[in-house]
Design a protein around this ligand. Structure first.
Ligand code: DC
Length: 221
């Protein structure tokens, strides 16, 4: 039997950095489900799909295939056989992902892939609905969050380091909007599972959060 850890929470709480480090220390496979939704969104953008048109959305999805592979412990995401990992972190893709991931057809496409992975391997899976929808029986569930201000500051530093032109106000507004969309959509909204452990990382360093997760995981293994 595989051991499954679910980590959910809003954008910018540090989920992927923390999940990657914790998975490495536990020798688990890290599954970044956001990257899978991003790959689908890129496919939809490339096809100029009107995602509000259900028929058009379905026929686009029928031609989109998402896969993941691991190279030296890093997850790579494939769109119809092409490694699109370097192409999925743009603002345009983030925006399309936030809108398209609200569509039940899009979610249905990834649910099986994610469950199959978790059934086969010890995984640490991060996303929005892992503890509530994808792996309701996960051995450990974490809900990782941080204040809007903290998350905006982190994202602002990340973006300006990359040389992107943006203001803290724009980023704060963007995070608020994305939180609202992720938490209020009809299908699989972001929420803390009843049996998830809440970790607020606003005043914690990355290493502290990682240690906390490892401690919780080891106690249950
Ligand atoms: O974690 P991220 O920023 O890469 O996620 C990108 C978008 O995908 C975000 O708007 C939420 C959505 N998402 C989702 O709906 N379900 C998941 N399991 C993971 C991500």
């Amino acid at each position: 039997m595989s051991f499954n850890i679910a980590i959910d929470g809003p954008a910018g709480a540090g989920k992927s950095t923390i999940a990657r480090l914790a998975a490495k220390k536990l020798s688990f496979i890290y599954v970044d489900t956001g990257a899978m939704y991003r790959a689908i969104a890129l496919g939809l953008l490339r096809r100029h799909t009107d995602i509000e048109n259900e028929e058009e959305l379905q026929s686009a999805l029928d031609t989109i295939e998402v896969g993941i592979r691991y190279e030296e412990g890093e997850q790579l995401v494939y769109l119809n056989g092409e490694d699109v990992s370097p192409l999925i972190r743009t603002e345009q893709v983030s925006d399309m992902t936030s809108r398209s991931s609200a569509k039940p057809r899009v979610r249905a496409k990834l649910t099986r892939l994610q469950r199959d992975l978790a059934a086969r391997e010890n995984v640490l899976m991060d996303g929005r609905d892992i503890g509530t929808e994808i792996l309701p029986g996960a051995d450990l569930k974490i809900y990782l969050t941080a204040s809007v201000e903290t998350r905006a500051r982190r994202r602002y530093l990340e973006q300006t380091e990359k040389g992107a032109a943006c203001t803290l106000e724009e980023i704060t507004e963007d995070i608020r909007e994305r939180d609202y969309r992720d938490m209020h959509r009809e299908t699989a909204p972001l929420r803390q599972a009843e049996d998830a452990i809440l970790i607020d990382s606003s005043d914690m360093g990355i290493e502290d959060v990682v240690s906390e997760i490892i401690k919780l995981a080891r106690a249950r293994m």
